[in-house]
Design a protein around this ligand. Structure first.
Ligand code: ADP
Ligand code: ZN
Ligand code: ZN
Length: 803
């Protein structure tokens, strides 16, 4: 084929299509779809993905591909098609859809160079400039900026003396090590060894090593074993008796750890009933989505492991997604323990190089299982047998930047292609998934009780209004304080959980727990300190901040929020003897710190683990007998229709951390709204009742899973421009959609200004709107092409964060 269609790495509307390039003769055999290539684009050389090869192009004057960047495709046919699907369903630029599937290391870094134009000599430049150029007529752009000679360069460029080049560099090199191997047959090696003069003792020893081990060995190891120097070895390489080669080695983050191999456990009755339909689907190569609904500790992971076992025995591959924060060593151990070297692990704690190495293992089919966070869903397997998503309700499975995809949707799309099952597992399934299971779109499988029928921990809900009334103004209730002290004495461990997310800027009455809600939307109003106002970010409703509580007339009505640091200080005062480990974004920023803090806690180096939601998952230590939630309310009043669902899920998860082993566990939940159903039902751990209540509310207010959502966000540095544009968009959407669709806005976004850009939004709720995708595309087309106006429009189909 002579022509390649290429998606170029220029994320704009105008360039969001394939461009045709001529393949130079020398590359005709090499270039294939799914490879990255360097192509000329305007005045620059840039990177692109080959999506198609063809014989003819509509266009006459084609430019030539400069060179390929890969020797084999980085995206196979399935992933190329998946990229198109992503583009269609999330309305993103094609280049983003392809890039998201690759490890960061493969995203090219550009280095800008200024170069003499062809045929121009250094002496054509004015003398003050010459000194900055290298002998071969090049100058690094960064240097040019540092030296402040840009305008001089500009003049010379205008004269045609200089041009600007982009040099594409790979961010990460494969890690290479030097290996030495024999270069002649064994007999010849022996002969040469005899022939060496007596004073070449060291060389003799080296050759003798190869006579004894006739194979390649790493240079470092060789030098150490025969106690020789690298130069001795070099001399023998020079004589062509030995040969040196670079071999790729993988950076293995788990290199220094051994994993105790585990065997499949005999399944309990419940587990057996549960796994049968999964094994059936595997046997018949059926695409089916299972919702595995089982309380924490009910044996879900064992089901995953045994299903994967089956997949491996069939010669197929498995993807397991877990939320980033539960990719703890404990979780990884379970998979590595069962499947050893067949497992690759992908998470954000790895360096770009380590991630790249894990990805290469998958690409080369050296592993059969990948365990990873969201982006692992794009693992380049070609014979997928199962996809498992643990804690399927987690919001981190939705990517909040382009492409705004949900890993669950991608999983189902890939599983359809491979005709294989998907397992979604959770103790608190998302409402969307549970509703689908109720409608038999998903196959519901339940594990109703914990292993060995261990009881769930006892949960007590403490009314913090009561505490205040009785004169306790601290953030710890008397009960929680007593219990913390008790655990200290018994030398048992406690976990304290501060539910803090985003800005907890709602106004609450500390006497009666009253929170101001929007009368139209049933979400809490957000407090704006600047103009002392309360606002609804869905519909735009506004109200003043009350001086006294409208419910009970108390003056203790104020905005709410505490940080982990403050809690730690406070704890230090009331329990000075307690050893505390604090885990939040500040203490876990560095690589490996998350793991280290957890290990310290496991090793008993602290009595209390204090943290944000990152400690809610995956903790499974025998000595934890108390879990305290400092304020259950903070998440409840976020301007988000999922606030109740998230609160219920989180409280249930956190409670599940206590008493997972021999010692029974207790849970204390402090709250100002004990009567709220998501707090109350988390107390009794009654998901089914919660589901029923929440579904009724969703139905009344036209939220998912009854309605779909799409969110259009508009931003500009002029408030008037944003409002005008959003209004236009809202009117256009109204015109195009049916009367069944609910179109809200224009309203200020929950974060009304970012980086001095004002943000407005239009929220669309709908059931069936055949025109919607076209309408949204038209809007994007219109605004993304018009770069002069300075307006930015982004669209999130099925948004998770309505900010
Ligand atoms: P979940 O994933 O639902 O939280 P796990 O699979 O982690 O549950 O199981 C909880 C505990 O029970 C683990 O320690 C696990 O090793 C153990 N377990 C699971 N299945 C069995 C079984 N069939 N027999 C004995 N122990 C089991
Ligand atoms: Zn009140
Ligand atoms: Zn409202």
């Amino acid at each position: 084929m002579e022509i390649a269609s290429v998606i170029v790495d220029v994320p704009t509307k105008q360039t969001d299509r394939a461009f045709d390039y001529l393949i130079p003769d020398q590359w005709r055999e090499t270039i294939q779809p799914g490879m990255r290539v360097i192509v000329p684009f305007g005045p620059r050389n840039i990177q692109g993905f080959v999506v198609e090869l063809k014989k003819k192009s509509e266009l006459k004057q084609l430019r030539e591909i400069i060179e390929p960047m890969d020797l084999e495709p980085v995206l196979n046919h399935e992933l190329l098609a998946l990229g198109n699907w992503l583009t269609e369903t999330t309305l993103c630029f094609k280049i983003f859809a392809f890039q998201v599937m690759l490890p960061a290391a493969l995203k090219a870094k550009y280095e800008k160079m200024v170069k003499l134009a062809p045929g121009v000599g250094l002496d054509s430049l004015p003398s003050p400039l010459r000194a900055f150029f290298s002998k071969d007529g090049k100058l690094d752009w960064a240097d040019a900026l540092n030296q402040g000679i840009v305008s001089l360069l500009q003049k010379e460029t205008a004269k045609g003396h200089l041009e600007v080049n982009y040099i594409v560099k790979e961010k990460v090199k494969k890690k290479q090590r030097k290996y030495i191997r024999p270069h002649v047959p064994l007999a010849a090696l022996k002969e040469e060894m005899e022939r060496l003069p007596a004073n070449a003792d060291k060389q003799k020893q080296v050759l003798n090593y190869f006579v004894e081990h006739f194979t390649a060995v790493e240079l470092r190891q060789l030098v150490a074993e025969v106690n020789a120097t690298a130069s001795t070895v070099k001399a023998l390489v020079g004589k062509k008796l030995l040969a040196e080669e670079e071999m790729e080695v993988y950076r293995d983050p788990y290199e220094h750890r051994t994993f105790e191999r585990t065997k499949p456990l005999p399944l309990t009755k419940d587990q057996q009933t549960t796994i049968v339909p999964i094994l059936n689907a595997l046997e018949q190569n059926l695409h089916e989505v299972f919702l595995l609904y089982g309380v924490t500790g009910s044996g879900k992971t064992e089901i995953y492991l045994q299903s994967i076992q089956e997949v491996i025995e069939k010669g197929q591959e498995a993807i397991v997604l877990v939320p980033e924060i539960s990719l703890t060593p404990q979780m990884v151990n379970r998979f590595k323990g069962r499947f050893g070297d067949l497992v690759a692990v992908l998470h954000s704690g790895l360096s770009a190089g380590e991630k790249y190495d894990e990805w290469r293992k998958i690409q080369r089919k050296e592993v059969k299982v990948v365990v990873g966070a969201r982006s692992a869903i794009f693992a380049p397997f070609e014979n997928l047998g199962i996809i498992i998503i643990d804690e399927e309700h987690e919001t981190s499975y939705k990517q909040e930047e382009m492409p705004r995809y949900h890993a669950r949707d991608v999983a189902i799309e890939r599983a359809k292609t491979y005709s294989c099952p998907v397992i979604l597992g959770s103790a608190t399934p998302s409402l969307e998934s549970f509703a689908r299971a109720q409608k038999k779109v998903y196959h519901l499988l339940s594990l109703p009780s914990r292993m060995n029928n261990q009881p769930l921990p006892a949960v007590e809900i403490i009314d913090m209004r009561e505490e205040l009334r009785e004169g306790n103004r601290s953030m710890f209730s008397r009960k929680l304080f007593e219990m913390l002290k008790d655990r200290l004495e018994k030398q048992q461990q406690s976990v304290l959980f501060l539910n803090k997310r985003g800005h907890s800027s709602f106004v609450m009455c500390r006497d009666c727990g009253y929170v101001m809600n929007c009368p139209n939307c049933d979400i809490s109003l957000t407090y704006h300190r600047v103009n002392e106002q309360m606002k609804c970010h869905y519909c735009g409703y506004e109200s003043f901040v009350p001086k006294v509580c409208p419910e009970c007339s108390s003056e203790y009505i104020r905005y709410f929020g505490t940080g982990t640091q403050k809690v730690e200080d406070e704890l230090g005062k009331i329990l000075p003897e307690a050893r505390i480990i604090r885990m939040d974004v500040d203490t876990t920023g560095r690589k490996g710190s998350h793991e280290r803090l957890l290990r310290d806690f496991q090793d008993g180096k602290a009595d209390i683990l204090l943290g944000t939601q990152m400690i809610a998952k995956g903790l499974d230590f025998p000595n934890i007998t108390l879990v305290g939630v400092l304020s259950a309310d903070t998440m409840l009043h976020l301007p988000d229709f999922r606030a109740s669902e998230k609160t219920f899920q989180l409280l249930t998860q956190v409670s599940g951390r206590a008493g997972r082993h021999q010692l029974p566990g207790e849970v204390i939940i402090q709250t100002y709204t004990p009567e709220h159903y998501s707090v109350e039902l988390a107390g009794t751990q009654d998901y089914d009742l919660f589901y029923q209540k929440e579904m009724m509310i969703r139905k009344t207010h036209h939220y998912p899973p009854f309605y779909y959502l799409s969110l259009i966000t508009v931003s500009h540095d002029q408030l008037l421009a944003v409002v005008t544009a959003t209004e236009k968009i809202v009117n256009y959407v109204r015109l195009r959609l049916s009367d069944e669709a609910v179109i809200l806005g224009p309203a200020a976004s929950p974060i009304p200004r970012i980086n001095n850009r004002y943000r407005y939004q239009c929220l669309i709720k709908y059931k069936r709107e055949p025109n919607l995708t076209e309408t949204l595309k038209t809007i994007l087309d219109q605004y993304q092409k018009d770069t002069k106006s300075g307006l930015q429009v982004s669209i999130d189909v099925n948004p998770f964060i309505l900010m």
